[in-house]
Each structure stands twice: as C-alpha cells, then as structure tokens.
Design a binder for this molecule. Structure first.
Ligand code: ACO
Length: 318
C-alpha cells in the first residue's frame, strides 16, 4: 500500500529564553501561577529580524539532514503558520527561496494550532494520490509577535519555534495511517486576533476565552481521537505514543487519562517552549525521536485543537 512515511524530523527554537520569572518582572503574574495552571516554565523568543521563515528554514534543514534527502527531491513545501512573515507572499515560498529549492510548489496552511495536523493530512493526500513523492511539512510560528505583552491572561502562554518532517512515498506498513480533520466556525470568537488585513489593516493581538477553549479542547480532541482509533479498531492503550498539541499540561493530562495512557507514553515539551501553535507537535516529535524514545514501527497518535475552532488527529506508524 502506498503511504507517506516520516523519513526525517527536525526542529529549531530561537536562542533567547524568557522564563516565567522574567515575565513576572513585566506583568502581574508569578512562576507558580503559570506552572500550576499550564505546566509552562519558559518560552523561546525570536530575535529582532528573525522571522517565521527563518525558524522554518532551520527546522527544515535539520529534517533534511536527518534523512539525507536532497533539496532536488522536494516536490512540495507546506508551512503551517498563523504568524507568517508577511500577509503575502506565503511563508512557504520564502522558505523555498531560503532553502534554494527551484522546483515544485510551496504554500501555507492556516489552521492555527491544528495547522501541522492539517498540513500533514494535505501532504499525505497528495502523496497517496500520486501527485507528489516527497514533501517538506513544516509548522513554524513567531507567536511572540501576536501577543499583547501587557495582557497576563495570554502572554504567558505562547512562544516561538518550528518543527519539520520530510514525508516520502513508500510502499509498506510504515507512514501515516489516517488523518481526521474537523472545524466549526461557530467558535471563531473564542480565540482570535484583534486585527487582520481586511478587518482593520492590522495584525492584531491574541484574544481568548481561556475557560471555554479549555473545555472545548478536551471534548473535541477526544472526538477526533475516537474517530481515528475506531477506524483502526484500536484502544487508546494500544498506541505507543501520544504527541498532543503542546498548549497546556492540564489539557495534555486530561487527554492522556481519557485514552488510558501511562504518563510515560505522552510526549510533553510544553514546559520548555510553551504553546508554539502549529510548531508544537513537530517540536515534540523531534525531541522524542532524537532522545531515542520513539523507535521505528512505533504507533504515534497526534492530536490538536486551535482557533476556528479547527481540530484533528493523525495516526502514524513511525
Ligand atoms: N497570572 C496571574 N493571574 C492570572 C493570570 C496570570 N498569568 N492570568 C489570569 N489570571 C487571573 C485572572 O485575572 C483571574 O483573576 P480574577 O479571578 O481576579 O478575575 C484568575 O487568574 C482566574 O482566571 P481564569 O482565566 O478563570 O483562569 P483559568 O483557571 O481558566 O486559567 C488558563 C487560565 C490557563 C488560560 C486556562 O483557562 C487555560 O489553560 N485555557 C486553555 C487556553 C489555551 O491553552 N489556549 C491556547 C490556545 S488554544 C490551544 O492551543 C488549545
């Protein structure tokens, strides 16, 4: 069977680290409050002049090196981002130029924190249909540029980073087994920016109903996971690894419990880089692959929810 195999994985976090204690000097918050409510200890912040495309390019280079794939093999670049360098052109075309890739096509996907799962699904469909053979799928964000650094309710939650995978057409059992995407625009107002090109010609800052997002995130991601597991006749505990969107440790724990997973089966990196939106799943994946936890043939379940709301899941035989 033709599948999209995860051939290489890579990530990149900007050098500058902002700890909870650093933040507490700027807004009325404490390390204890942030840690207890979210599990976040620190976040990385892109330097002045360092853009989403730079983070994406570095993560992509790491993923390409990881599997020794040549630039000339890449048919498609998809960048999942909600913090593009510019309104247009797409960040993906800028990454194409920065990598020095001359062939194929590149485009962005905007599904907020679910962006990576959406992008993975799109690339997988193109590979299985025979349209392409090799894709570079990147989640990259400079979310620090989208938060109001005076709003303690949101600024403590987010960070910058990028993660990438190289997907290759492959005949066999390994690869993406299925992906399941959902959205419901009725929730648009629960999590959004205060600006946009058509709305007010501004970028805006994040505005969020945290409690409602929390409640919906657990229910909706569980729904996406159930559909995925049911399709494969699997129980939660039969999955080797859960790689959830890294938004909040309490949401991650609730999902792990619902699936009946042991804490060791859940990959958690939110403490190190906070919520990096579309970058969070590939960032966590890269950590768990590089530290040797995730091995060939392991079954990985990914799930995410983001603004829109958009949500989804993907099951991968690594
Ligand atoms: N430091 C100290 N106090 C704070 C802070 C802060 N950083 N932020 C809010 N508070 C205060 C509030 O002002 C409020 O004070 P008040 O009672 O005097 O009015 C109090 O803490 C409680 O505020 P709530 O918003 O009710 O706090 P809650 O327990 O819901 O925690 C949180 C807030 C952490 C945002 C939680 O709702 C949450 O995790 N929601 C999920 C949101 C999320 O992860 N979003 C990411 C994007 S979507 C996604 O990726 C899934």
């Amino acid at each position: 069977m033709l599948r999209s195999r995860l051939q290489g994985v890579g990530s990149y976090l900007p050098e500058k680290i902002l700890t909870n204690k650093d933040l507490a000097k700027a807004v009325d918050t404490t390390d204890e409050w942030i840690l207890q409510r979210t599990g976040i200890k620190q976040r990385h912040i892109a330097a002045d002049g360092e853009y989403t495309s730079d983070l994406a390019t570095k993560a992509a280079q790491n993923a390409l090196e990881d599997c020794g794939t040549a630039l000339t093999d890449i048919d498609t670049i998809i960048v999942a981002t909600t913090s593009p360098d510019l309104t247009f052109p797409s960040t993906a075309t800028i990454v194409q130029e920065k990598l020095g890739i001359k062939q194929g096509f590149a485009f962005d996907i905007q599904a907020a924190c679910s962006g990576f799962v959406y992008a993975l699904s799109m690339a997988d469909s193109m590979i299985r249909s025979g349209q392409i053979r090799t894709a570079l799928v990147i989640g990259a964000e400079t979310f620090s540029r989208l938060v109001d650094w005076e709003d303690r309710r949101t600024c403590v939650l987010f960070g910058d980073g990028a993660g990438a995978v190289v997907l290759k057409a492959h005949e066999g059992e390994r690869g993406i087994l299925s992906s399941h995407l959902f959205s419901d625009g009725a929730y648009c107002d629960f999590l959004k920016t205060t600006g946009g090109p058509a709305f007010n010609k501004m970028v805006g800052v994040v505005e969020m109903n945290g409690r409602e997002v929390f409640k919906q995130a657990v229910g909706k991601m569980a729904e996406a996971v159930k559909q995925c597991l049911d399709q494969h006749g699997l129980m939660g505990h039969e999955v080797d690894w859960l790689i959830p969107h890294q938004a909040n440790k309490r949401i991650i724990d609730a999902m792990g419990d619902k699936l009946g997973l042991k804490a060791e089966q859940v990959v958690v990196t939110v403490d190190q880089h906070a919520n990096t939106s579309a970058a969070s799943i590939p960032l966590a994946l890269d950590v768990a692959v590089k530290d040797g936890r995730i091995k060939e043939n392991d079954l990985i379940l990914m799930e995410a929810l983001g603004a829109g709301f958009t949500w989804g899941s993907a099951l991968v035989r690594f």
